[in-house]
Design a protein. Structure first.
Length: 284
């Protein structure tokens, strides 16, 4: 029998080169918080209608204002966190390294995501049962290298897989604050070399990694208050940066550096420990 994904998704083949960035999203049709696997999760707290409005606003900001093309992986009943597509895989060119989640609650997402990438012309790489890796939630490309987090949800050995399968060098950074459980909630590399980050998420070595790779003029540190509003969990599309509303100081800082800033209310998704970047995956 076909899976729910097969029933709802046409076989589209490889992505067409439209000249636009390509983003993968999944609608919040079944989004809820029924368990807690990070410190932000508030069980039973989601207003699903409001979550849909907020997701639609993010979708519109990405497609209509930032000019990207969004692809949809259909929601699946019983998989509330499938909406956070950032974790589905790490994508480079035609290769997708599929996530293998640390927590059993999210592991059923894995075959649906692998199927989507395989159907769309990607070479998929899966990991051994004992090796955990949470996709672009813990591995972010910046120029010709990857900043990758480990300890909280991802095993450091998985960073070797990234280099082996893509040829990209990896800068491994330990996450030392469990509130910032993925690296994409504490850094955001921007397209022109700028780099948003929360210093408090890293130890001294991690900060030295940032300082050694990012020129001081390109570093954009955020405050603890901004980090708690998931300001680092931003979507960057060319000169546009999209993040959860409430970080006006950061918005002004980015605008002074030539960026267009869009703040979107994503309060329902913060109840599950995610924001704009968690809800998106750059796939081309």
């Amino acid at each position: 029998m076909p899976s729910p994904l097969q029933e709802n998704m046409p076989k589209t083949g490889p992505l067409q080169n439209t000249g636009k960035p390509h983003i993968l999203m999944s609608p919040p049709d079944y989004f809820t918080v029924d368990y807690a696997i990070n410190p932000w999760m508030i069980e039973g707290s989601v207003d699903r209608d409001n979550a849909r409005r907020q997701w639609d606003n993010l979708y519109n900001a990405i497609t209509q204002q930032a000019g990207a093309e969004v692809h949809i992986i259909p929601a699946v009943e019983g998989l509330p966190d499938l909406v956070f597509t950032a974790n589905a895989a790490f994508v480079h060119d035609d290769t997708a390294i599929i996530a293998h989640y640390k927590y059993k609650e999210r592991q059923p997402e894995e075959p649906f995501c692998e199927e989507w990438f395989r159907n769309n012309g990607y070479r998929t790489v899966t990991l051994p049962e004992d090796l955990f890796f949470e996709g672009a939630g813990d591995a972010l490309k910046w120029q010709d290298r990857v900043f990758a987090g480990y300890r909280t949800r991802t095993d450091i050995i998985s960073h070797q897989v990234i280099t082996r399968e893509t040829g990209l060098p990896v800068l491994s950074m330990e996450l030392v604050d469990n509130r910032f459980y993925h690296i994409d909630v504490c850094i955001c590399p921007l397209y022109d070399g700028h780099f948003i980050y929360f210093p408090g998420a890293f130890d001294e070595y991690g900060l030295r990694v940032i300082e050694a790779n990012i020129p001081e003029s390109k570093r954009v540190p955020v405050t603890a208050e901004e980090a708690a509003r998931f300001a680092c969990n931003a979507v960057n599309i060319n000169d546009t940066v999209i993040f959860n509303k409430g970080s006006d100081r950061l918005a002004e800082e980015l605008q002074s550096r030539g960026f267009q800033v869009i703040q979107v209310d994503l309060s329902e998704f913060l109840k599950s420990g995610g924001s704009s970047k968690c809800l998106t995956l750059r796939i081309a």
